[in-house]
Design a protein around this ligand. Structure first.
Ligand code: HEM
Length: 361
């Protein structure tokens, strides 16, 4: 068993942390959490109670079926919500298609590794929801609910969501998209500064990064840690494994973000970091940087604490620059703004007749 640079012996610590986890796990899963975060004007915990009471059960039921076939899709949907919210706010703009001459957010480099299937799942959900309720639920809200259910169905906390987002009419430029999303090569000090621009603090950063407890990454997101020089913060055995998976700087293979429990939403991500087995610089440096290190350790020791802070941070992130009330629109197709659609949407009355809802927009 190797000892890490700071004299940290990986295996015994893991055992200690694991037994502590067992004690807290049951309590963390027991009930639906309501975040202790201020809700912005226009969003509400009961937004669809009368206009679409079926919303959450439709999404939950469909995603259960999807994840039974492929739990990896949970990671894709969770990341989609993050990439929606950090670019121009949680307005569903990530879903919009561009053209060759006017590329959309989807076409920007950090978004090329979003899963194509995630976009399809959102559109399938929209269709199911609109077939039942009419065009009253936004794509931005569907992305938010799908992300929450991805966390829960992968084993994470269940929490209530403030809803009522409206869909944006436009997408951000390529430049804005690239500049708004953090890079896997950023260090923790840069990430703390970057997230402060979104009013997210160091605890939010560490908690949100815990989303990397599920899903995969491409070698291209981590090979700067391997070539030309091996990152000295990497655990030796883990480094050898990564060198095998990504044999040169241009390898295009993928690997799991959480080597312990890659498909389960738990706090093992933080145990990886404590053991220097974080995949990206942006992960591992959270443990190396004095401002965030103790937060990582506290989440590694206490899964319930991680879940609580994760829920608060997700609710905060989910409210970034949201459109509400009369702003934006409710898209009839998540990948196209209504004004660009060939489907005629001018008559709310027409929508009501078509869908049977009294609340069509
Ligand atoms: C804090 C800064 C963050 C950075 C630098 C970052 C970066 C990345 C990168 C580079 C990947 C892999 C892309 C690839 O190579 O295929 C990834 C995957 C992922 N990220 Fe993040 N991320 C961050 C925060 C977040 C947040 C806040 C969430 C959600 C709350 C999130 C959720 C995910 C998930 C679930 C995956 C796996 C996706 C899949 O399997 O399809 N990330 N992230």
């Amino acid at each position: 068993m190797r000892t890490t640079m700071a004299g940290f012996t990986s295996f015994p610590s893991l055992l200690l942390i694991s037994s502590l986890l067992l004690a807290s796990y049951g309590a963390a899963c027991a009930s639906k959490v309501q975040a202790s975060v201020t809700i912005v004007d226009g969003l509400s915990w009961t937004f669809y109670n009368s206009s679409c009471p079926e919303l959450e059960s439709i999404v939950r039921t469909h995603l259960k079926t999807v994840f039974e076939k492929d739990i990896g899709q949970a990671a894709g949907l969770l990341r989609l919500h993050f990439h929606d919210c950090f670019v121009q706010g949680c307005d569903g703009s990530i879903l919009l298609d561009g053209t060759d001459s006017d590329p959309s957010e989807k076409d920007a480099s950090p978004n090329l590794t979003l899963r194509a299937k995630a976009f399809q799942i959102i559109e399938d959900l929209r269709e199911l929801v609109h077939n039942t309720c009419g065009r009253v639920v936004s794509c931005a809200d569907i992305v938010t609910v799908a992300a929450r259910d991805s966390v829960y169905l992968a084993g994470g906390p269940e929490y209530s969501l403030p809803l009522g987002r409206r869909d944006g009419l436009t997408f951000a430029s390529q430049e804005t998209t690239v500049n708004s999303l953090p890079s896997s090569t950023s260090n923790a000090s840069e990430l703390v500064a970057g997230l402060a621009n979104f009013n997210l603090n160091a605890t939010d950063l560490v908690a949100l990064s815990g989303a990397h407890t599920i899903g995969i990454g491409h070698c291209t997101s981590l090979t700067s840690r391997l070539y030309p020089t091996l990152d000295s913060t990497l655990d030796d055995t883990f480094a050898d494994e990564l060198l095998e998976i990504c044999p040169d700087a241009d390898s295009n293979s993928t690997t799991v973000l959480d080597i312990r429990t890659p498909n389960k939403f738990d706090n093992k991500y933080y145990i990886n970091l404590v053991n220097r087995q974080g995949l990206f610089t942006s992960d591992q440096d959270l443990y190396m940087y004095n401002v965030t290190s103790d937060i990582v350790t506290s989440f590694a020791l206490d899964e319930e604490l991680f879940f609580d802070k994760f829920v608060d941070a997700m609710i905060k992130m989910g409210q970034l620059s949201v459109l509400t009330g009369e702003e934006g629109e409710i898209r009839a197709n998540c990948s196209v703004a209504n004004s660009d659609s060939t489907v005629k949407l001018t008559s709310a009355e027409g929508d009501q007749k078509e869908t049977g809802s009294a609340y069509a927009v």
